[in-house]
Design a protein around this ligand. Structure first.
Ligand code: SAH
Ligand code: SF4
Ligand code: F3S
Length: 474
């Protein structure tokens, strides 16, 4: 998770709602300019860097100002209805620009493109290009088609595509932390989830290409990588030439061995797949961050079964115990969906007690949003009234706020190694950076000559619900 300064986030205003615009200083060198905004999960953000790379090859430079772009791209998310509404609203804003500039091309990328396919062209008349997550290599062809006035669509999903050979362009980067995509798609069929439909079958990226990309990042001064996948623990790559395979624990170890000065994070773990091997590998290497995002979704076993999560409440909580037994200092965060089909007050209470048990350091919390085509939409009735969903969500958020506060307050008096990521947004006399547990720390620069990318020891003096405040110790 790259959670910046607000660990406890709620439904759609969280990581699935943020727009992100990569920008390159190099854009001045290019005659044509593109503007891209990303919505949704980190996979999408990471994909936008691949798209930027493909467009660079075609002579397009990135711009921060959509008014000067000849190509506007929205990398979209379908996870909840609200995510799609946000994108449709944004499109109506671009309509005005297009009215003034008829040559402007507008493209929809990502999960909404995949879910709605050519229907998007009918529904959103101003859209010229629709490209699914596995079809970005065809962007140059699609742009050329669109330039001749045709509507261009490619939403083919692939069983192989991992964009392994494309070096992502790290635009709008802090130069310290980067995402590295290690797999694509998802083979789980959580009944509420649209991802298996929008992202296709799970496939793992060539381990050698992952290691080469991470090594290159490290050589260029990056100090932290987050290995990304919908379900990283089921990473499995078979090397045809050596007849050997690499699983996630092994990949993690290989990445950690690149340098002790390189931090390694990963996201997301499915509770059913995270193994003791992974936990022991984490414990073995100081530079593998002691932080696991372990989505529970619900604390009630009947609901978990309807969700097709394939674990029970007891099984999940035992996994939490296991993590804490192997790494007592490991932070755990989670995702929770409230108000899933048939959820009763008692089921909801089970979620609250599971949160108490797990003592999450932070959480992403959502109310259930039915997605067309999913198993839940086909089989169950979305029968929890919206006010009830909202009230339950409020209760969950309130409890998590208390848990987060407790977790952060507990850190007062401790000293952490912090990787400086940049200046604090609020105060340029302060640095910000995270500890291994992924908590954000803010501390005065003082007269030290540290810079982003340096590790410092920070003594925590105070805490808010979302940030630790401290001081560098020599
Ligand atoms: N692969 C990740 C999840 C990706 S989606 C994983 O398995 O953990 C991120 C989160 O969005 C999910 O964990 C879930 O909590 C939430 N989510 C997914 N579908 C949803 C829906 N239909 N309504 C509400 N929240 C949903
Ligand atoms: Fe969706 Fe489940 Fe796959 Fe996560 S593991 S992306 S929640 S289907
Ligand atoms: Fe959204 Fe697609 Fe990610 S639906 S959460 S952008 S995989």
């Amino acid at each position: 998770m790259n959670m910046l300064e607000i660990p406890t986030k709620t439904h759609d205003e969280s990581r699935q709602g943020e727009a992100y615009t990569p920008v390159g200083e190099e854009s001045v060198l290019f005659s044509k300019k593109f503007y891209i905004e990303s919505y949704g999960c980190q996979m999408n953000f990471s994909d936008s860097e691949i798209v930027a790379s493909i467009l660079h090859q075609e002579g397009f430079g990135a711009t921060k100002h959509f008014e000067e772009a000849s190509l506007i791209l929205l990398n979209t998310c379908s996870i909840r209805e609200k995510a799609e509404q946000t994108i449709r609203k944004r499109l109506t804003e671009f309509r005005k620009t297009k009215e003034k500039k008829p040559d402007l091309l507008i493209g929809i990328l990502g999960c909404m493109a995949e879910r709605l396919k050519a229907k998007l062209l009918e529904e959103e008349k101003l859209v010229d290009i629709v490209v699914g997550p596995d079809a970005y290599r065809s962007l140059p062809t699609l742009i050329a088609e669109a330039e001749t006035g045709q509507k261009a669509v490619n939403v083919l999903l692939s069983r192989e595509e991992t964009y392994a050979d494309i070096s992502p362009i790290r635009i709008d980067s802090n130069g310290v932390t980067a995402f590295v995509s290690i797999m694509r798609g998802c083979n789980n069929m959580c009944s509420f989830c649209v991802v298996p439909f929008t992202r296709g079958r799970e496939r793992s990226r060539n381990a050698d290409s992952i290691l080469a990309e991470v090594q290159d990042l490290f050589n260029r001064g990056f100090k932290e990588v987050t290995l990304l996948g919908q379900n990283v623990d089921s990473y499995h790559w078979y090397n045809e030439s050596t007849k050997t395979s690499v699983n996630f624990a092994e990949l993690l170890e290989k990445v950690a061995l690149i340098s002790p000065l390189l931090r390694v994070r990963f996201s997301t773990s499915h509770p059913k797949d995270i193994t003791d091997d992974v936990l022991f590998t984490m414990a073995k290497y100081k530079n593998i961050c002691k932080y696991i995002h372990l989505p529970i979704q619900s604390g009630n076993s009947r609901i978990l079964q309807l969700m097709n999560r394939t674990y029970s409440r007891e099984w999940y909580l035992a996994k939490v115990d296991r993590i804490k037994a192997i790494m007592p200092d490991c932070a755990i965060s989670t995702d929770i969906i409230t108000g899933f089909c048939s959820e009763t007050e008692a089921d909801h209470q089970d979620t609250l007690t599971a949160m108490q048990y797990a003592q999450y350091d932070y959480a992403y919390m959502f109310f259930y949003s039915e997605r067309p085509g999913t198993l839940a939409a086909k089989r169950f009735t979305d029968d929890v009234p919206e006010e009830v969903k909202k009230r339950r969500l409020q209760e969950i958020i309130q409890l998590q706020n208390e848990l987060s506060k407790k977790s952060y307050t507990n850190d007062i008096g401790k000293t952490f190694e912090v990787l400086i990521e940049g200046e604090s947004k609020k105060d340029s006399t302060h640095w910000k950076g995270r500890n291994s547990q992924n908590k954000m720390l803010v501390f005065p620069k003082k007269n030290y000559t540290y810079k982003p990318g340096d590790y410092v020891q920070v003594y925590v003096q105070d805490a808010t619900q979302a940030t630790l405040l401290g001081e560098i110790i020599a």
